[in-house]
Design a protein around this ligand. Sequence first.
Ligand code: FES
Length: 105
Amino acid sequence: MASTQLVPVGELSKGEIRKVEIDGRHLLLVNGEKGPALIDRVCPHLGGDLAKGKVVAHRIRCSTHSYVFDLKTGSCPLAEREGFEPLAVYELHESEGYLCVELAD
Ligand code: FES
């Protein structure tokens, strides 16, 4: 499992949503109020594009049905009731001045 450099630490502005593609996987770097998070681009509710979403505090609101997902845990208050999975959130680390991620194959 190799580490992938994403962006220099501190490069993202507050509330920024940046598209990232790693080995064909479409992800988003999102800078919430508690710092950057790496998430799946596809909304786990009904497949909306979270790149069109809006950052609110440390959550992202999907533009399709306005469901809100926590950027740390991926949880959504309606996920359990409606039977869909939380949003996938990937752990970031810093190395040599860059935000990095290690994704499983
Ligand atoms: S598709 Fe994202 S909230 Fe429904």
